[in-house]
Ligand binder design. Sequence first.
Ligand code: ZN
Length: 109
Amino acid sequence: MTASHRTGPPTASTAGDGWEVVSEGSSADELRDELWREAAATHLLYRSPARAVARCAGCGLVAFHLGQGTFVIVELTWSGRQEEPPRPALTQLPSFDALRETMARHRHW
Ligand SMILES: [Zn+2]
């Protein structure tokens, strides 16, 4: 019905099932801090100014906004320490629409 087109980060109404929106604040900082711990110097996201926007309640995947409309979905290991690249595994998404489609397709079975 509506022709509105969202270009911002996901909100509760647009995130797919099972995804929790991460608001700016301590939980977003916590997710970025874990990303920084895990991403070694040769990892694409090493010290990236990524901002967590959503996480999957089922498996812990985290969607980060990298700025300029690009996103990544990262499989954080939650080891709390530096991982061997290519871990933590990531999926690069060139637009919010690509992120939204990937989140909507995400299933655990
Ligand atoms: Zn999941």
